[in-house]
Ligand binder design. Structure first.
Ligand code: AMP
Length: 416
């Protein structure tokens, strides 16, 4: 079923959204992108005469009730965004009565799903090495099904619109779909858009295809890096991982961030790139600071000759030029992860150079896909949000989709 074709009149829809929004210390939302992302689906259901049961996780409460992760904090913001009152269910697994009483046009927001360990379905308080782990896992999987069944019992239909968690096989993102027949479950508009954006990149790749992978570590991105080496023409590797590569070749990197146990991984990436004929572009120079701070003293050094007491915090001027040149002629672009500590205004020029080059290439007809919280924050910081083709709400989910994996949240609906 598709959301456009479904008749919501008189129906209750339980919708999994990603309302895992960042909050400040007073519980105020600092970035409401994810709430705005879900609005087309939520409004469509209400305008079509449906009632809404909204469910989400927030943060990592690890299966325990923790006030700082309560979705009650965002109830008023959701009400304001929808332009109508929102009721709140303080226990997401005991909301039967509130759900049953909902009338068309009414909205019920469930408390954080991850207050229950059943949501993620991982046994708690037991290590993988423990001989009892397998039995505990089996028991938790059974409890996860019961939890999903309870959530499903609140509604007539299920809509999956949480792209950010679509790569997880959780109770609310995938297991719940088993309790609805094919005519009563569907992807929401955001999911449809995200899946289409990935298809636009991978379906018919317009070349050259240039990917930019940054961020702090090579270890967390190695899967996608290896995968991209089978798809792209050029791969820019930047950010903190630069220094693991420099170190692997015996360079001096001062106090720069490094993964000493991943030097062979770095060399393996270079070998694979060579074998596949992919041009690797890495930062030849670095803007270094004498401490990890925005106000640190600065000097530009070769990335493999950073003096003791200094650390590489951004891509240097030569690197910025090389990155921009690599990006400018691209016809397909994927960006995940900043080129430096972009949160510091004095060390964000490398990321800015990438953002500007992507905007220029996009103006010249490239399709550019930006994903992952930090690169999205960069694009917003530099005022480039409307100069790129698509900004994904997913980090891990986007990368897994680009790797060609079928996301459990999609498979649960489409039965793939
Ligand atoms: P990730 O979560 O792996 O995508 O990494 C994003 C983080 O990497 C951002 O918070 C950046 O500040 C950080 N980062 C990027 N470059 C560096 C660097 N040279 N040194 C330390 N952290 C960095």
């Amino acid at each position: 079923m598709t959301i456009k074709d479904y008749n919501f009149a008189g129906k209750k829809a339980i919708v999994r959204v990603d309302f895992n929004v960042p909050l400040d210390e007073n519980g105020k939302i600092t970035d409401d992108t994810r709430i705005r992302g879900a609005l087309p689906t939520l409004k469509h259901i209400l305008e079509n005469g449906g009632a809404l049961i909204i469910m989400s996780h927030m943060g990592k409460p690890k299966g325990k009730v923790q006030a700082k992760f309560s979705l009650g904090q965002i109830k008023d913001a959701v009400a304001a965004a929808l332009g109508r009152p929102v009721q709140f269910a303080e226990d997401c697994a005991k909301a039967q009565d509130q759900a049953a009483a909902l009338k068309p046009g009414e909205v019920l927001l469930l408390e954080n799903l991850r207050f229950y360990p059943e949501e993620e379905g991982k046994p708690v308080g037991i290590e993988k090495e423990d001989p009892a782990y397998e039995a505990a896992k089996k028991e938790m999987k059974a409890r996860q099904k019961e939890f999903a069944k309870t959530l499903a019992s609140y509604a007539d239909c299920y809509v999956m619109d949480a792209f950010g968690t679509a790569h997880r096989k959780h109770a609310s993102t995938a297991v719940i779909a088993d309790y609805f027949d094919a005519d009563n479950k569907m992807l929401g508009f955001l999911m449809e858009k995200e899946v289409a954006a990935v298809d636009a990149v991978l379906g018919d790749i317009k070349r050259p295809f240039v990917a930019i992978m940054g961020g702090s570590k090579v270890s967390s991105k190695i899967g996608i890096i290896e995968n991209l080496l089978g798809k792209v023409d050029k791969l820019i590797l930047c950010g903190g991982m630069t220094y693991t590569f420099a170190k692997a070749h015996g360079g001096e990197i001062g106090n720069s961030i490094v993964e000493l146990d991943k030097l062979d991984v770095a060399l393996g990436v270079e070998e694979l790139a060579k074998k596949n004929g992919v041009e690797l572009v890495m930062a030849e120079d670095a803007i270094c600071g004498d401490s990890f701070s925005n106000d640190a003293k600065q000097q530009v050094c070769p990335s493999n000759a950073i003096p003791e007491g200094w650390e590489g915090l951004d891509a240097g001027p030569k690197a910025q030029e090389a990155f921009a040149n690599a990006i400018k002629g691209a016809k397909t672009i994927l960006w995940n992860g900043p080129a430096g500590v972009f949160e510091f205004d004095n060390f964000c020029d490398g990321s800015r150079a990438i953002g500007n080059a992507i905007a220029e290439a996009t103006a010249n007809g490239a399709f550019s896909l930006i994903g992952g919280g930090d690169s999205v924050a960069c694009v917003n910081k530099f005022g480039l949000a409307d100069k790129v083709s698509y900004i994904s709400t997913g980090g891990g989910a986007l990368l897994e989709a680009i790797e060609g994996k079928i996301l459990p949240g999609v498979a649960a609906i489409k039965g793939e």
